[in-house]
Design a protein around this ligand. Structure first.
Ligand code: FES
Length: 128
């Protein structure tokens, strides 16, 4: 059996939504201290809908595939729904990751949550 699913290979070789959003409404960055991999997520949000999302990942193939899939899963979705995204859902959408690579999908969940926290923090500042 192949170690990685076709979907993982596809998103690793041809990642979706790579890049930066200059005027992002929320930015989140997380790292994994053990492997040293870093993921950064940029969100553009209008009326609580994620209208655009980009990522930069300095990391392993599974982290790149997870960020790519995670951005696809939250694009066009309400922020509340994106907040519920779990690393398990990302891994499932990729048709699975090897057990010892599950932590790579956790980076995607955490980076998105950080970016959403940043969005909420900026929003409450603007309302004051
Ligand atoms: Fe570090 Fe995959 S090995 S995120």
């Amino acid at each position: 059996m192949a170690l990685y699913s076709e979907k993982v290979m596809d998103h690793f070789r041809n990642p979706r939504n790579v890049g930066v959003i200059e005027d992002a409404d929320g930015v989140g960055e997380v790292g994994n201290a053990k492997c040293g991999d870093i993921m950064k997520i940029y969100l553009k949000i209008d009326d609580d809908i994620i209208t655009d999302v980009k990522f930069e990942t300095f990391g392993c193939g599974s982290a790149i595939a997870s960020s790519s899939m995670a951005t696809e899963l939250i694009k066009g979705k309400p922020v509340a729904e994106a907040m519920e995204l779990t690393n398990k859902a990302v891994a499932e959408a990729l048709d699975g990751l090897p057990d010892y690579k599950m932590h790579c999908s956790v980076l995607a969940e955490e980076a998105i949550k950080n970016a959403l926290d940043d969005y909420y923090a900026k929003k409450s500042q603007n309302n004051n």
